[in-house]
Design a protein around this ligand. Sequence first.
Ligand SMILES: NC(=O)c1ccc[n+]([C@@H]2O[C@H](COP(=O)([O-])OP(=O)(O)OC[C@H]3O[C@@H](n4cnc5c(N)ncnc54)[C@H](O)[C@@H]3O)[C@@H](O)[C@H]2O)c1
Length: 341
Amino acid sequence: MKLTETPQNRKVRNPVRRAEKEAEFRYASTAMRCVNEAPQGGKRSKTCLNIQAAKPIDELEWIGCLWTAAPIGTAVRADVFTSFPDLGSRAEGYDMILEGKSAIVTGGGSGFGAGIARRFAEQGAQVAIADINIESAAAVARESGTHAFEVDVSDSGSVSEFARAFCRDFAAPDILVNNAGTTHDPAPLEDISEEEFLSVFRVNCMSVYLTARYFVPHMKKAGGGCILNIASTAGLSPRPQLNWYNASKGWMITATRTMAIELAPDRIRVNALAPVAGETPLLKRFLGEDTPETRAAFLSTIPLGRFSVPDDLANAASFLCSDNAGMVTGAILPVDGGRTI
Ligand SMILES: NC(=O)c1ccc[n+]([C@@H]2O[C@H](COP(=O)([O-])OP(=O)(O)OC[C@H]3O[C@@H](n4cnc5c(N)ncnc54)[C@H](O)[C@@H]3O)[C@@H](O)[C@H]2O)c1
């Protein structure tokens, strides 16, 4: 994995200096916005981001010294993957089981994806969050030392542009987490509009196809990697009123198993997590009406008696994406407190 060596990114062992570095790192993580807002023109630069001059996200302005190979005048968006300091062992208390790995987490700006991105960073991975909502992705990136990219995973052009930018700096992702997802509101299956149906299938299914199309060739060339799809108990044990969402997750489970068998000779492992209802912004949409009664009714179907939380998914994801799971592929792991038994 390439990380450009600059005075900013040498390992910092002195604790005082390290604290300063961490402050700088938080600012550096906002660089994506900085690039987005860069005026056209200016000097083609091969120096690193001037961290001193970077400001909190609301006050960012172009400071003109970002490492980018983009020609003068192009709208650079995802070229920021170069000049970030390597803080070495940033996480106290976690095994660095992902040290040296590069990872992409789609939909990492919220909920499960944010939990997974944070944990991966704590365990030593360099993480790119690819989210359609750049504000929330940048906020997660700022506090977790990850990097935010504005990507619509349901759009071919957006994913291919992201893949091109990512693979310019990294040969390929070691880890790709297809987490971005959406649902339709609970309703009888014949009442869901074509627009809602297509939106669910574009974000939940088309995205898996597009990331495969644009990243798998690089992963094959790099000699392997791992893909983790965030499915759902809805794909294993469907319930009424969420028919097309359930079906999209069933599709994802079959896609995971067939990808695993086809990509095994290329040393690419493919697994899925099947979370039960979780404490994220999406939960309200699954519940329809979020009241103490609807919550209690749902909880009564989960033997362990609670909703899942992002940390549950982060724990399972970090195992499946680490070398500890080197012999695990095609697995659909319920993270469901026993709901699907
Ligand atoms: N929360 C639950 O109860 C639950 C249960 C089972 C499975 N899941 C699955 O877990 C995954 C994460 O869900 P969550 O609950 O954390 O949801 P969330 O709404 O908190 O986060 C979803 C993230 O995906 C991003 N996103 C949506 N459309 C996108 C697009 N087109 N391109 C890029 N990013 C996009 C959103 O901006 C958001 O940051 C989803 O696939 C969901 O289906 C959730």
